[in-house]
Write a protein that binds this ligand. Sequence first.
Ligand SMILES: NC(=O)c1ccc[n+]([C@@H]2O[C@H](COP(=O)([O-])OP(=O)(O)OC[C@H]3O[C@@H](n4cnc5c(N)ncnc54)[C@H](OP(=O)(O)O)[C@@H]3O)[C@@H](O)[C@H]2O)c1
Length: 236
Amino acid sequence: MRIGFIGAGNIGGTLARHLAKLGHQVSIANSRGPESLTALAAEIGATPVSVVDAAKAGEIVFMAIATKAVADLPRGLFANVADSVVVIDIGNYHPELRDGRIDAIDRGMLDSQWVAQQIGRPVIKAFNNIVAKSLLEKGVPKGTMGRIALSVFGDSLDAKAAALRLVDDLGFDPVDGGDLANSWRQQPGTPAYCRDLEATALRRALTEAVRSRIAEYRAEEEARIRRYIAAQAAKE
Ligand SMILES: NC(=O)c1ccc[n+]([C@@H]2O[C@H](COP(=O)([O-])OP(=O)(O)OC[C@H]3O[C@@H](n4cnc5c(N)ncnc54)[C@H](OP(=O)(O)O)[C@@H]3O)[C@@H](O)[C@H]2O)c1
């Protein structure tokens, strides 16, 4: 498949590497332009392009940038992109650590609903709840004992099916989590967030999430990341 990446950092670069290795035709873009991606692109077997070209480059386009950066994307980026192109949002909103406060999300809009509103088209939410290291190292063939599962949320069944197939191809058990309105179940800090769970445990974790706790989950996750950063700094 032709797959575009808007964002080629930690998670975007990892996914792009993995997908290129699987034989997909991958294009990557960042905020600094294709020249800055020449070395990475050559290393992973991808094509460096502009953000505008990345949006047009694929049957699937990944949004792999910080939530605050979504508002900086060119206006009308997807205006001439076919409706059949599947946009997958893998971002997470981190208001204190990185993104600053986004009022609409703080008032209750879900992370990916806000992204969809900003870019003016529906998105699938997936791959936001696995860290890059697990994504790179823990994929295994279908049927392997202990295979990690990844859930996918979205309103279009066709688009969701495409994302679920990619999950499987990448070495993880695909789990249909439901529509985008339920995607809060895998936002930061929820029981299904970055726990590397198998399918049964993942389904249970998604069910156990409590909607009224979205902000609390997020704050707990940010506190956990802060503790992790402090512990790493103390080791240096
Ligand atoms: N890291 C993980 O393990 C992980 C896992 C799941 C989800 N996520 C989420 O995925 C998103 C990306 O995380 P990350 O860790 O990959 O971040 P990162 O390493 O900082 O990479 C961010 C990428 O986005 C690009 N970017 C920033 N602003 C842009 C813009 N306006 N237009 C185009 N590209 C832009 C950056 O390009 P420049 O360098 O040129 O600015 C860079 O390539 C975040 O929302 C994060 O929460 C991360």
